[in-house]
Write a protein that binds this ligand. Structure first.
Ligand code: NAD
Length: 510
């Protein structure tokens, strides 16, 4: 049993540790192993700085008064005058080439956009993190998040989750997470590139295909991974030998087929298993999706292709609803293939009604897929949900309170550490292909992914119901603990038994 010497303040990290200690108690975990896993191996906190470009910032109505008569300037929009998602423009000097401009007291009028004041660029620094939680099963592995609300506590939580997730997926990796505290909507593509280069530069000695392997997470993608790979391999005589330093790369530069949709695909494989157990048909099933980024849009697209109805989608900028079901293919085009949709939001999608976020959670449906940020389904939201199943596409979307309410209302829950493990599983396939200099087809990738997710899901379900079973596809006998537990605890039992085996069999260095 855990002994607490002093009462600790409750944080998302300590909340997550409750599940860890519950499962550790159930398997009577070796006390030294518990200590090893309770805190990360390393917490790297550092700063990255950047020279900002000059900007054009919109004038508010009060400031605009004296400039009403200012003639419009003509400048090349696009690359030279780069629009940012927060409404500013980055003013590249080349915008002045061939321009015909009128500036008064640093104010300029851009046709069809209005009045802007020029703001000189300045250096700025940002707090950055890389938390390396555990590497007993293999190299540290975990995503890079660029977001204004990140913290040490959050990254510790997410890094630990990666340790559990890689064990559940049964891939030879450990757990890590990191990123930069920044609102990317306020910075240009070039500024984000420079920041990414600085971030990797500072971490160069701590990263590597056999040491620590980043991947995309919120607000990062294959383009950011390419920049990180370039920085890491820069100066190497055999750069190709280090391609596995990041995963989630574009397929043309060593990424895996199927990686882009892998997390959403894994979510759907879990839903299929749940539906098979419940004898529930997914054709016509009504689905709520929160977050229409990588995970949410891929899960929605695949379910839509299987005949399910996506009835409402909520993202950071709004919510859309259609009782007959949204045209998901058109929605993906609208959000992801549309250069004018700078915020990549579902808001304004034709053929759907805008509703409030509070009403989103009340929409009558069968399945809810939170695929945005953590802490979204709290006790209040869990009270209003009208679904049979919550599948955690995001990391930590359900609070402990929310989970208690869901359990009380007999709403099933598939926890994040199995539901969204598809991404890291295909990241491992990408890493394997990089090591072997191979390129697998999407079908090969998905066949392996389906087998991996469904067999590990079946083990967790058996642990949860205490039904030790061996089939040609899975063997849950070594993991069942002689009593029934909820799915999240069952998933943690599986993770901890796999991790603990390394310490027990290999021993500790003294
Ligand atoms: P993304 O940046 O591609 O998309 C995030 C989506 O969430 C966007 O649609 C955004 O508008 C929405 N969002 C942000 N804040 C919101 C808010 N307050 N309310 C409602 N919506 C909001 O990110 P992603 O890669 O799809 O990741 C989503 C979640 O899935 C994260 O929790 C991430 O950690 C987790 N995850 C991602 C992967 C992966 O492979 N990308 C793998 C495992 C887990």
């Amino acid at each position: 049993m855990r002994k607490d010497s002093s009462p600790k303040k409750s944080t998302i990290y300590t909340e997550q540790l409750e599940t860890f200690h519950r499962a550790a108690d159930l398997i009577d975990m070796h006390p030294r192993v518990r200590l090893e896993l309770e805190e990360p191996d390393f917490e790297h906190i550092f700063y990255v700085s950047l020279d900002l470009r000059d900007r054009l910032v919109p004038l508010d109505d009060e400031e605009a008064g004296p400039f009403k008569d200012l003639p419009a300037s003509s400048m090349k929009a696009g690359v030279a005058l780069e629009p940012l998602a927060n409404g500013d423009f980055v003013l590249h000097r080349r915008a002045l080439l061939d321009a015909d401009i009128t500036v008064r007291e640093g104010v300029i009028r851009i046709p069809k956009r209005g009045l802007f004041k020029m703001v000189k660029g300045e250096p700025r620094k940002f707090k950055a993190y890389r938390i390396q939680h555990n590497q007993v099963r293999g190299p540290y592995k975990g995503g890079i998040r660029f977001h204004k609300d990140v913290s040490l506590d959050l990254f510790k939580t997410l890094a630990a989750e990666m340790t559990w997730k890689t064990a559940i997926a049964d891939i030879p990796f450990g757990g890590a997470k990191g990123g930069i505290r920044i609102d990317p909507q306020a910075y240009s593509r070039e500024e984000m590139e420079h920041l990414t280069l600085r971030y990797m530069y500072k971490l160069k000695n701590l990263m590597g295909p056999f040491l620590d392997i980043p991947a995309p997470d919120v607000n990062t993608n294959g383009a950011i991974m390419a920049i990180m790979m370039r920085q890491f391999t820069d100066g190497q005589r055999t750069p190709h030998a280090f391609r596995g330093v990041v995963t989630g790369k574009d397929v043309r530069i060593g990424g895996s087929e199927g990686r882009l949709k892998a997390t959403g695909q894994g979510v759907v494989y879990c839903i299929e298993e749940w539906a098979r157990d419940r004898e529930f048909s997914l054709r016509g099933a009504r689905v709520l999706v929160q977050g229409f980024g990588n995970v949410g849009s891929a899960a929605a697209e695949i379910l839509y292709g299987m005949g399910a109805k996506i009835v409402a989608v909520n993202d950071a900028n709004g919510t859309i609803h259609s009782d007959e079901g949204l045209d998901v293919d058109a929605l993906v085009q609208y959000v992801h293939q549309n250069p004018d949709n700078l915020k990549k939001t579902v808001l304004g999608f034709p053929g759907a009604a805008a509703i409030s976020k509070a009403d989103f959670w009340k929409v009558d449906a069968d399945i809810a897929i939170p695929a945005a940020l953590g802490g979204e389904i709290d006790g209040n939201v869990a009270e209003t949900l009208r679904v049979k199943l919550v599948v955690e596409g995001a990391n930590g979307p359900t609070t402990p309170d929310g989970e208690r309410v869901l359990a009380g209302r007999k709403i099933d829950l598939i926890p994040d550490i199995i539901a969204n493990a598809g991404g890291v599983t295909v990241s491992y396939y990408e890493w394997l292909q990089n090591q072997r200099m191979e390129h697998w087809t999407e079908q090969e990738v998905n066949t392996r992914l389906e087998r991996a997710i469904k067999s590990n899901y079946a083990i967790i379900r058996d642990v949860s119901r205490d039904r030790p079973t061996k089939t040609p596809a899975h063997d849950s006998r070594p993991y069942c603990i002689g009593k029934e537990v909820d799915m999240r605890t069952a998933a943690m039992v599986l993770a901890l038994k796999r991790i603990e085996a390394h310490y027990l069999l290999e021993g500790f260095s003294q």
